[in-house]
Each structure stands twice: as C-alpha cells, then as structure tokens.
Design a protein around this ligand. Structure first.
Ligand code: FES
Length: 500
C-alpha cells in the first residue's frame, strides 16, 4: 500500500495515510468539524494547505470560490491525500467536560467505567467502586463526526453507507479509551455504564436505525443492552458492559443519566432539566411523574446552523459583555476569535438587544444583514433567526410539558441547564433573551450531567433505572394542538419565554 505523510501544523504531528484516501479520515481525529457530513455545503471543514498539492474537482473549486477562500484553502471533506502534505490545523483541541461533581454512593468493590457517548464528544472516567474516587479520565472526539455533525446527517450517512463502519469506529474508540483508563492497573473492571442519545445507542449496539429515520420515528429497540467484552471485540475482562436504555425515540439514556444526576426523580418539589446538546431535551417532573420531550433547540447552540458557529473550542467567543467602545468578549483558549459557540451566541443576542442593535422581532435595526462582534466574527440576520427558532422551540416544549402536568410556572422549584456549554452559559443572558424567564437563583448550571449520572448508575442496581422509566413518559410536542401558537408567540423578544 502506497502511503503519504500528512504533517499537522502547528502540532508537528505526522500521520501516515493511504495515497488517495479522504483527508477527512485523517483530520477528524484532530477535532476538525464536518457539520454537513462532507457535502461541501457548510464550509466549516476548511483547512489551509501549507505545503503539497490537493487537487480540486469543479464542484470543490466552485465551493471555494463561493466561500471566498484564498487559493491555499481546501474543504477537507472534498479533499484527498494525493501527496505529502502540511496542513494547518490550528483549531482543534476540543474542551470536553469530564465532570467532577461529588455524589452520594454505596461502596462496592473493584473498578467501574462511566462513559458519556455524545454525538460530538466522548468522555469516560475510571471509578474506584469502593471509594467513589475518579482514578483516571479520558476524553475524545466521536470518530463518527466525519460523517456529519448533527444526528440527522449522521443518520442519513448510516442509511446510505450502512451503519457498520460507524458501529465499529465507536466501539473501537471507546475500547481504546477504556484500555487507556485501565493501563497499568490490575484490579478487576466490574462494570461499564455507557449512556448516549438514541441514535448513538442504536449505532453502538448495532440495532436497526431505520425506524429512527421515518415517521413516526419510533424504535422498538430502546431497552438496556448488555454485552460481554468478547462480543465487542474488547481485549479486557469486564463482568458487565451496559448501554443504558433510552426513554423515548429521541430522548436517550444521556437524559436518563441527567435525571439521576439532578435527583429530580426522588423529590416532591417539581424541577426542570434542559439539556442543550445536539438535540434540545426537556424533562419536567418530580418523584411521582416525569414528562420529557425533545425539541429542535440544540443545533443552534452547538453552532451547527450559525454562519460562524462552532463548538466550545479554542478560538470560540464564549461570552460577550458589551459591543460598545470596542467589543469586550472572552475567547476560549485566549486565542484569536474564529467563531462563536452557544454561550457566546446567547450573550451576543442579549447584548444586541440591550444595546439597541435589535428590534423586538429580532430585526437588525441598522438595516444591515450582519453585525460585527469581534473581527472576523459576525452575527447575521439569519443567525438571529436561528436563535429565535431555537428559543421558541424550547419555550413551546417547556410550556406544553407544564400544561400536561397541570402546573403553573411558579410551581417549579429548580431549573437545571446541562449541555456542552452549560458551564460557560450566562444566566442573565438566558433571561434577557427570553429563553427562560426564571429568577437566576432558581437556575443551576450543570456540567456534564450525563457523565455524572452514568457514574452514579455504576453504584445502583436495575431498580433505579426501572423506577425512573416507569414514571417517565415521552410527549410528542408537535402532536399538541397549541404547539404552533406557543412557538410563534415565543419567536419575538417582547414579553416572551416561560416565566417560572
Ligand atoms: S463543507 Fe466540509 S463538512 Fe461541510
């Protein structure tokens, strides 16, 4: 097999690749994002070729021209490793929340591994089941990301190419993480708990993903799946490896774990859990009954539909305090700004409203199509619209779940906000933009609640999961006759949002 060398700049890492193989197969491991799954439409996988030749076909050349990229740039998703290359990969160190939230537990024996299998990122911790101590942490990028950034693109790719490659990529990557966690330790691995959204569950477990791709989007295969290491091809002895059950077709075990992490299932008072991940999931309830739903609120906050949106990685504007007299903003990694992540987007909209750049309907009052945030990062009118759609979806979801519970908004005691950027989020901006009109002291920012919950599940028996599943129902928001009206009412910035 003829190989070429791909040197990554500035890391200096050299990777060998088969001549002619797709460049994205090399770069996806280093955090380069492929949000549109390689269709060449989003432009977010653009990289600079510092040395070597990457030829372009007419479609690739046209897209580069449309994106106004200089001649040395290429779209990694449309490029091949035809010669030795030096590629500038300055991004790309994803900050992945590994979570250190303390929790109560009943001591066991041996080791356990908790895994949060996210659409974008992966986090795993090795836990001493006797002391509850975190012994080691591994994080990484989901290797399936080269097939697309969001669940729909990922599903489309699995349907057209077959899901087998995605299944083996993710099983191998998690195995590598577990092997690294356990390296040099002789104690027995008793239990591995994996949580993730429904699509991740189906892909990891090699379940049939087709029912998730067409109406009514219902899979029969949502239950817990238990494996032995041999079946997964993992060279490690672990008594029990389980992918925890999903709650509904688009509410996965990451939300089940989030419920466990908040303890909302065991309290008399009512709580709300909002997870702004790739999907936007909401849970409302208490010890008697939990209702959950998924909304289309997630992708905007992960940058997927925002012109300069990106994950919370170095170069992302994560917070903004003013746009007057020069922007005051914080960029992750103290790097030059390259884009804006979810928390930055919420801040940007709040500041634009506060400082009179936006009208009540989200219109840019200057009449321009975009506002400069910090060069070269701009927010466009379309980005504001995406934000409004996401915020309205969230408000409608929450409103309907409260209605189903027959609750008034004042009945909610705690609101938990989880998600990839939960730590960076500014609660004042959440309130200012009308995403949630709760007093800030009712809102709690959660880190990676899925990982905390997975860790807690290592210490629990099946009864806890059964109890939560028994009291949890999935609500189809679009089926509610009020959905459209509430959604539209919450698009604007006047007196909107859910008050609690
Ligand atoms: S343009 Fe390459 S992934 Fe979208």
């Amino acid at each position: 097999m003829e190989t070429v060398k791909i040197r990554l700049f500035p890391q200096g890492k050299v990777v060998e690749a088969r001549r002619g193989s797709p460049l994205r197969d090399v770069l996806h491991q280093y955090g380069v994002e492929f949000p549109c799954g390689g269709k060449g439409t989003c432009g977010k996988c653009a990289v600079r070729i510092l040395d070597g030749e990457v030829t372009t076909d007419p479609y690739h050349a046209r897209r580069l021209q449309e994106l106004k990229l200089d001649p040395e740039w290429r779209l990694a998703c449309l490029s091949r490793c035809d010669s030795d290359l030096v590629v500038e990969v300055e991004q790309y160190e994803t900050i992945i929340q590994a979570d250190e939230t303390p929790f109560e537990f009943k001591p066991g024996s041996g080791f356990g591994v908790a895994v949060d299998l996210g659409t974008t990122t992966l986090a795993a911790q090795l836990i001493d089941l006797k002391t509850g101590h975190i012994l080691a942490v591994e994080t990484g990028i989901n290797p399936q990301a080269k097939f697309g950034g969001d669940l729909i693109t990922r599903l489309e790719a699995a349907l057209s190419n077959g899901p087998q490659e995605m299944t083996s990529l993710i099983r191998n990557r998690i195995w590598q993480m577990i092997a690294a966690l356990c390296a040099g330790r002789t104690n027995k691995l008793e239990k591995t708990v994996i949580v993730g959204n429904t699509v991740m569950q189906h892909l990891f477990c090699a379940s049939d993903i087709r029912p998730l791709s067409f109406y009514p989007f219902e899979s029969e295969d949502l239950g817990i799946k238990t494996f032995n290491s041999m079946k997964l091809g993992w060279n490690i002895s672990c008594t029990e490896i389980s992918f925890y059950p999903s709650i509904g077709s688009f509410v996965g075990s990451d939300i089940l774990a989030g419920i466990v992490a908040t303890g909302m299932h065991s309290r008399e008072s009512y709580s709300v859990l909002i997870d702004l991940g790739t999907n936007g999931e909401i849970v409302v309830g208490n010890q008697n009954r939990l209702l959950c739903a998924s909304t289309a609120a997630g992708p905007a906050f992960e940058g997927a539909r925002i012109s300069m949106g990106m994950l919370a990685t170095p170069g992302a504007i994560a917070s903004i305090s003013t746009l007057q007299n020069g922007t005051d903003c914080r960029v992750i990694g103290d790097a030059a700004p390259r884009g804006i992540c979810g928390s930055g987007l919420i801040d940007a909209v709040a500041v634009l409203l506060e400082e009179g750049f936006l009208g009540d309907f989200g219109e840019i009052l200057s009449g321009e199509q975009e506002v400069m945030i910090s060069p070269p990062v701009t927010i466009s009118q379309k980005d504001i619209q995406e934000f409004q759609l996401a915020k309205a979806a969230l408000a409608a979801g929450l409103h309907i779940l409260l209605k189903e519970h027959n609750l008034g908004v004042g009945d909610i005691k705690d609101v938990y906000i989880a998600g990839g950027f939960g730590t960076y989020i500014n609660l004042e901006s959440v309130i200012r933009t009308g995403m949630l009109l709760c007093p800030a002291d009712k809102m709690h920012k959660l880190g990676n609640s899925a990982l905390t919950g997975a860790k807690m599940l290592l210490f629990s028996d099946a009864k806890l999961t059964e109890d939560i599943l028994d009291k949890t129902s999935h609500v189809n928001l679009e089926g509610d006759p009020d959905f459209q009206d509430i959604f539209i009412d919450n698009m604007g910035f006047y007196n909107s949002g859910i008050e609690c």
